[in-house]
Design a protein around this ligand. Structure first.
Ligand code: ADE
Length: 452
C-alpha cells in the first residue's frame, strides 16, 4: 500500500518510522511519503492560508496551494482504476471505525490531506471528488477537536497499516480484539505475577480449561460492552449469539426482540402498571395453556385470578405480594408474582407442598410469564433473579424469607431446566384443577440468600 501525507508539519509524521508501521515500511509492505505543503506555496512567506470568506475567526487553507500540491501528488487518472482515496481528516467527517479501517486497508493508495486552522477551502474536496482524480472521504477520528489533521493522519495510518497482510506478527490478535469480528469490546487482560498488590488474576485463567477460559472472556467482553458501549450491543448480529451469550445479555438488561437486541428494565410494579398487567397477564396465560385447554376454563381463570381488582390488590400489598415486571420501550415483556406468607410459620396452603417445603417463612414464586415470542431468551431468569434479590430484602414479622418454592407443569421440561439453573431442586408434587382439567405440577424449591 502507498500512503502520501500532505502537511505543513512533516516532522509530525516522524513516528510513522517506529514500531510495526516503521517495520512494515522497511519490509516494503507500506510505502509512506510525507510532503511539506509549503513546497507548493509561491510567495516569499510561503503562506498557505487566508482569512475566511464572510468573516469569522481564524484562517482557512488556500485552495490554490492545495490544488497545486494534489495535482502533483495524485497520479494521472487511469481508465481501469478508481484512483486513490483522498482522506481529509476533519471533526465534521465520517467516523473512523474498524470497518472503515478495514475498507481502507483494501485500497492500494491513500492520500491524506492534513488541514490546519479552520480547515481547507471546501472547493478542494469538491473539485477532486467531481473530477474523478480521487475518491474524497472526510474522516473524523472522534467527537473532539484537534488543532489539525496530523494526529488524525497518524491514527489513520496505524489503524489501516496493522490490517495489511504480514504487518502483525500474530494475525490471531485481530480476532479477539475490541471491534473485532464479534463486534464486542475486548475484556480485561492479565499477565504474571499471579498476585500483584493484593489483586489476583481470576482463577479461571489459571485453570488450563480452554473452553471455560473462552466463555469467561466472552462474558467479560459482553459485560464491558454493555456497560461502556450499549450502541455496539444494540448493533450486534443476533445470529452469532449462543445460549450463554443471551443469558449474560439478559442479566445485563438486553433481550432479542424480532432479531434485534433491545434494552429492558426489571422493576417492581405499581398501581400505574395495573391496566397493562391485566392485558398482559391474560395474553401470556392463554399462550402458556397446553393445546386443547377449554376456552371457558381459560376465561374463568382470567376472571378469577387475573382481574383488575386482583392486580390492584397485589401491587398494593407489598407485605404479601411482590410483582416484578420486565419492560422495554415497546411495553411489558414479562412479569413475576411472588407471594409471601401472612406470618412466619404459615405453611403453603396445599398440604403436599407444605410437607415438601419445610423451611419457614417460605415464599411462593406464584407466576412467571414472559411474552410468548421471547421465551428461552434469558428473560425469565432475569426476572426470577430480580425476584430473589428483592425477596432477600423482605421480612415476615422481622424474619427473612428462608426458601422460595414454585409449582411447574410436569410436562414442561424447559421450565424445569430453567428453574434448576436458578438453583431450584425438585422436592415433590402437587395436583390441582383448572376447570375440568386435572394438572400435575412438580414442586421445586430453593433456599434464599445462597448462590444456586
Ligand atoms: N481535525 C481536527 N479534529 C479532528 C478530528 N476529531 N478528527 C479528524 N480530524 C480532525
Amino acid at each position: 500500500m502507498r500512503v502520501d501525507v500532505l502537511t505543513i508539519f512533516p516532522e509530525y509524521l516522524d513516528p510513522l518510522g517506529l514500531s510495526l508501521v516503521g517495520k512494515a515500511r522497511r519490509d516494503g509492505r507500506l510505502d509512506v511519503r510525507v510532503h511539506d505543503l509549503r513546497a507548493w506555496a509561491l510567495d516569499r512567506h510561503r503562506s498557505v492560508d487566508d482569512s475566511p470568506a464572510g468573516g469569522g475567526a481564524g484562517m482557512v487553507m488556500r485552495p490554490d496551494v492545495w490544488g497545486r500540491a494534489l495535482d502533483d501528488v495524485l497520479p494521472a487518472p487511469e481508465a481501469d482504476s478508481a484512483g486513490p482515496v483522498l482522506l481529509v481528516p476533519t471533526p465534521s467527517g465520517r467516523a473512523l471505525t474498524q470497518s472503515l479501517a478495514a475498507e481502507l486497508a483494501r485500497e492500494p493508495h491513500l492520500v491524506i490531506a492534513c488541514g490546519r486552522y479552520e480547515g481547507i477551502d471546501s472547493r478542494v474536496a469538491e473539485h477532486y471528488g467531481a473530477t474523478g482524480k480521487a475518491r474524497v472521504l472526510e474522516v473524523s477520528i472522534g467527537d473532539y477537536v484537534l488543532n489539525g489533521g496530523e494526529a488524525a493522519a497518524l491514527v489513520l495510518v496505524e489503524a489501516v497499516a496493522r490490517l495489511l497482510p504480514g504487518v502483525l506478527g500474530n494475525p490471531d490478535s485481530l480476532v479477539q480484539e475490541s471491534h473485532g469480528v464479534d463486534g464486542l469490546l475486548e475484556g480485561p487482560v492479565y499477565t504474571r505475577p499471579v498476585s500483584w498488590r493484593g489483586l489476583d488474576i481470576p482463577v479461571v485463567l489459571l485453570s488450563g480449561n480452554h473452553g471455560e477460559i473462552a466463555r469467561w472472556a466472552r462474558d467479560r467482553a459482553i459485560e464491558r460492552t454493555a456497560g461502556r458501549r450499549p450502541d455496539l450491543i444494540a448493533g450486534l448480529d443476533v445470529a452469532g449469539l449462543d445460549r450463554a451469550d443471551r443469558s449474560v445479555l439478559a442479566s445485563l438488561g438486553w433481550v432479542e426482540v424480532a432479531g434485534r437486541l433491545v434494552r429492558f428494565a426489571v422493576r417492581e410494579a405499581g398501581p400505574a402498571d395495573v391496566d397493562r398487567l391485566v392485558a398482559f397477564a391474560a395474553d401470556t396465560f392463554r399462550d402458556a395453556c397446553p393445546p386443547g385447554t377449554a376456552e371457558a376454563d381459560i376465561r374463568a381463570h382470567v376472571v378469577r385470578h387475573l382481574s383488575r381488582e386482583s392486580w390492584f390488590e397485589r401491587v398494593g400489598s407489598p407485605e404479601r405480594n411482590l410483582v416484578i415486571v420486565a419492560e422495554s420501550a415497546a411495553g411489558l415483556l414479562g412479569y413475576v408474582l411472588a407471594v409471601l406468607p401472612a406470618y412466619p410459620e404459615e405453611p403453603p396452603a396445599d398440604p403436599d407442598v407444605a410437607s415438601a417445603v419445610p423451611e419457614r417463612p417460605a415464599a411462593e414464586l406464584s407466576k412467571c410469564y414472559v411474552r410468548a415470542d421471547l421465551r428461552g431468551k434469558g428473560l425469565a431468569s432475569a426476572l426470577v433473579e430480580a425476584t430473589h434479590a428483592e425477596l432477600a430484602t423482605r421480612r415476615v414479622a422481622s424474619r427473612p424469607v428462608a426458601a422460595v418454592w414454585l409449582g411447574t407443569n410436569e410436562s414442561n421440561r424447559r421450565a424445569r431446566r430453567c428453574y434448576a439453573r436458578l438453583g431450584y431442586l425438585p422436592v415433590g408434587r402437587r395436583r390441582f384443577r383448572v376447570g375440568s382439567t386435572e394438572h400435575s405440577d412438580v414442586v421445586m424449591s430453593r433456599p434464599l440468600g445462597e448462590l444456586p
